[in-house]
Design a protein around this ligand. Structure first.
Ligand code: ZN
Length: 233
């Protein structure tokens, strides 16, 4: 690893699971008898905005009671200590990377703690409810929605992610199956650019075959171990 300079890390639900943030997969993907796919789409928001806003109000409140775990903390330590390039691309819409102290974080699926005004395009931190249709602090319209990427919408900043991957010496995927696009495309892009690839996941995933190396176990063990290797080597 002596000549390693630029690292791109992708994190998914598996890194936040040990902080108690569930993905609804445990409950068969259901929330109050609704499939999560049916409350996380632009069509659902058009059809039944109260349902969608209530769901996101609940999630926004829940994540604020959760705490970062040892895996988030290890990545924050890497971020602080690493002089080279680093980008933590997360699929998660919680803010646990930031609360652990990481700053080089890109939320490709947005964040629960942001509001987006569909009238004036304002985006701002938002910790309270939206169900009561609060006015946009910029334009006064009651047109706020969660600043999260719904099914069928484009993930954020894909150009920046691919540009970072092309410059990377190492791509690490943490707590994500690696089997779902566009994230699955990251490891393939990395391989084509002859970037070294490492997977840290609870179990072997459908995407494991794409990686040069795959380690299996809880993120709270694997991630601190790996960070110590990088910073010690
Ligand atoms: Zn506005």
């Amino acid at each position: 690893m002596a000549d390693m300079r630029n690292i791109v890390i992708l994190t998914g639900a598996g890194i936040s699971a040990e902080s108690g943030i569930d993905t609804f997969r445990d409950a068969g993907g259901l929330w109050e008898q609704h499939k999560v796919e049916d409350v996380a789409t632009p069509e659902a928001f058009e059809r039944d905005p109260d349902l969608v806003l209530r769901f996101y109000d609940m999630r926004r409140e829940a994540i604020q009671a959760k705490q970062p775990n040892a895996a988030h903390e290890a990545l924050a330590k890497l971020d602080a200590a690493w002089d080279g390039g680093l980008l933590i691309v997360t699929q998660n819409v919680d803010d646990l990377h930031e609360r652990a102290g990481a700053s080089r974080v890109l939320h490709m699926h947005g964040t629960h703690l942001n509001a987006w005004c569909t009238a004036c395009d304002m985006r701002a931190k938002w910790t309270g409810p939206m169900l009561d249709r609060p006015a946009c602090p910029e334009c006064g319209e009651r047109a706020l929605r969660p600043d999260v990427v719904w099914f069928g919408e484009m993930p954020y900043e894909m150009d920046r992610i691919y540009a970072s991957l092309r410059k990377a010496d190492l791509f690490v995927s943490i707590g994500t199956s690696g089997a779902v696009y566009p994230a699955a495309g990251f490891v393939q892009e990395a391989r084509e650019m002859r970037v070294r690839t490492l997977e840290l996941n609870l179990e072997a995933s459908m995407g494991s075959r794409w990686f040069h190396e795959s380690r299996h176990g809880p993120a709270t063990q694997l991630v601190p171990q790996w960070v110590d290797e990088v910073l010690g080597g």
